[in-house]
Design a protein around this ligand. Structure first.
Ligand code: AMP
Length: 140
């Protein structure tokens, strides 16, 4: 296996819990942050990481998650503003070398990139897949 990473996942919803379960079972050290304690119910029984309950937009909460030691942080909440705030804090305050964020509004991706944050935009990804499927069907 490649070397084990210390990964912080912000948001333990459908996306965050899926990533946390998979990355933990792949042997990485994972900390998941969510402000709703019931969100942690989505973690599998094999999840071997840590849970931090709190608002990830607060520096104290990221500190509690040991952000200064993280190799990677993934911001997965549904809120572009929260993800941007968390990603910026991870880069600027805690010097996390690799930061990824979920961004719903495609026009905002450039702002993240200027900060050195990698983005995944579900809107663009879905649009590309729909178009590919529709255009492939009509490519006669
Ligand atoms: P989903 O969109 O289903 O993947 O869920 C997003 C998750 O992010 C939910 O479990 C929310 O409780 C969580 N979340 C949203 N805002 C924050 C925040 N500021 N700090 C920590 N967790 C958050």
């Amino acid at each position: 296996m490649a070397s084990s990473l210390f990964i912080i996942i912000v948001g333990c919803g459908r996306l965050g819990s899926f990533l946390a379960n998979r990355l933990s079972s792949a042997g990485h050290s994972v900390v998941v942050v969510d402000h709703r304690p019931e969100a942690f119910d989505k973690l599998s029984s094999e999840f071997s990481g840590f849970r931090v309950e709190g608002d990830a937009a607060e520096l104290a909460v990221l500190k509690q998650a040991k952000a200064e030691k993280a190799d990677l942080l993934i911001a997965t909440t549904r809120d572009d503003n929260v993800n941007l705030m968390v990603a910026q804090a991870a880069k600027v305050e805690f010097n996390v070398s690799r930061v990824l964020a979920r961004v719903f509004e495609p026009r905002r991706e450039a702002v993240y990139r200027r900060l050195g944050v990698e983005t995944v935009c579900p809107t663009t990804v879905a649009a590309d897949l729909f178009l590919k499927s529709v255009l492939a069907e009509n490519a006669l």
